[in-house]
Design a binder for this molecule. Structure first.
Ligand code: ADP
Length: 294
């Protein structure tokens, strides 16, 4: 079988164009451009890059954004009051608190402070609870992006056996809930594997759609997948090399070894990553529409 690569970058570009058209219309109809406020605590280099990319994506669709950079020693109380003022600011459509937060801070408490109508990352207890109940409001961007990639690649989800590897709050758990939801774009049978799974290969071999978010390079190779499987690689791992940057990005899948076994596969980079960013922007538009009650 010839494996086709899913071009996440190209699909994300199409989505951004669709969103840009919607934003245009939104503004023409007399509304204020959607606005994303990002909060960063401390100076984690990767966080700065992620937030910068999300900001650029907002600009590319005609949305506005700002970043609030806070000192790593800020107290929970002060951080909560920053979020509360964003909640109360009618000019702010979406609020994003970039993770990780310093380990002195209770992440759940902080995320739960975000107004559920502005929680564009969908990571508060309320948002995740609503997803688990099958009544999602905001779904976290990466799971949303994965589902969108599948739909736009003409993969039928209902009835499929989806195996998810990794049980993180950011990816594994929410994508399991999303794809097993009673819905025409859900209704999958989902198996959730993780670090305590015995005989991972036996499980992954059953997958029609295999989604891997474990953060381990080469965790999955060709011997672990079924003929014709769809393989979605969510891993983003830095591997040191001799390039100018000093590293390269690889996923959790040994792509070379699955080629000609999988029917479809996402590359890293250029697969799920760009979709995540597009979905943050999409959620921000949705937030603006709710807030300005369209
Ligand atoms: P992310 O933020 O990409 O979701 P995390 O690092 O938070 O990733 O989570 C990694 C997940 O991968 C954990 O749920 C863990 O159980 C899972 N995992 C780690 N190692 C293995 C392994 N060898 N087999 C299966 N799952 C694994």
């Amino acid at each position: 079988m010839e494996t086709k690569l899913i071009n996440g970058k190209a699909i994300a570009k199409i989505i951004r164009q669709e969103i840009a058209n919607e934003v245009d219309l939104f503004i023409q109809n007399g509304h204020v451009a959607p606005h994303l406020s990002a909060v960063i605590v401390g100076d984690d280099a990767a966080s700065q890059v992620y937030v910068r990319n999300k900001g650029r994506a907002c600009e590319s669709v005609g949305m506005t954004h700002n970043t609030i950079q806070l000192d790593k020693d800020i107290s929970s109380k002060e951080l909560i009051s920053v979020i509360q003022s964003l909640n109360n600011d009618m000019g702010v459509s979406g609020i994003l608190v970039q993770l990780p937060l310093p380990n002195t801070i209770d992440v759940s408490e902080i995320l739960s402070t975000i107004d559920i109508n502005k929680d564009v990352d969908g990571l508060s207890n309320n948002s995740l609870g609503a997803l688990l109940k099958g009544e999602p409001h905001f779904v976290p961007a990466t799971p949303l992006g994965i589902r969108e990639l599948l739909i736009r690649s003409d993969i039928i989800i209902p009835g499929k056996h989806v195996v998810v590897v990794g049980r993180s709050m950011l990816v594994g758990k929410p994508i399991s809930a999303l794809l097993s939801m009673k819905s025409k774009i859900g209704d999958a049978t989902v198996t959730l594997a993780h670090s305590a799974t015995l005989d991972l290969k036996k499980i992954t071999k059953l997958a029609d759609i295999l989604i891997i978010a474990a953060g381990i390079p080469n965790l999955i190779d060709g011997s672990m997948i079924k003929d014709g499987a769809v393989v979605v690689d969510v891993g983003i791992n830095r591997i040191d090399d001799n390039s100018e940057k000093g590293y390269k990005l690889v996923g959790d899948v040994d792509l070379d070894s699955i080629v000609s076994i999988a029917s479809l596969a996402t590359p890293v980079p250029g697969g799920v990553g760009p979709m995540t960013i597009a979905m943050v922007v999409s959620n921000t538009l949705k937030a603006a529409k709710t807030l300005q009650s369209v």
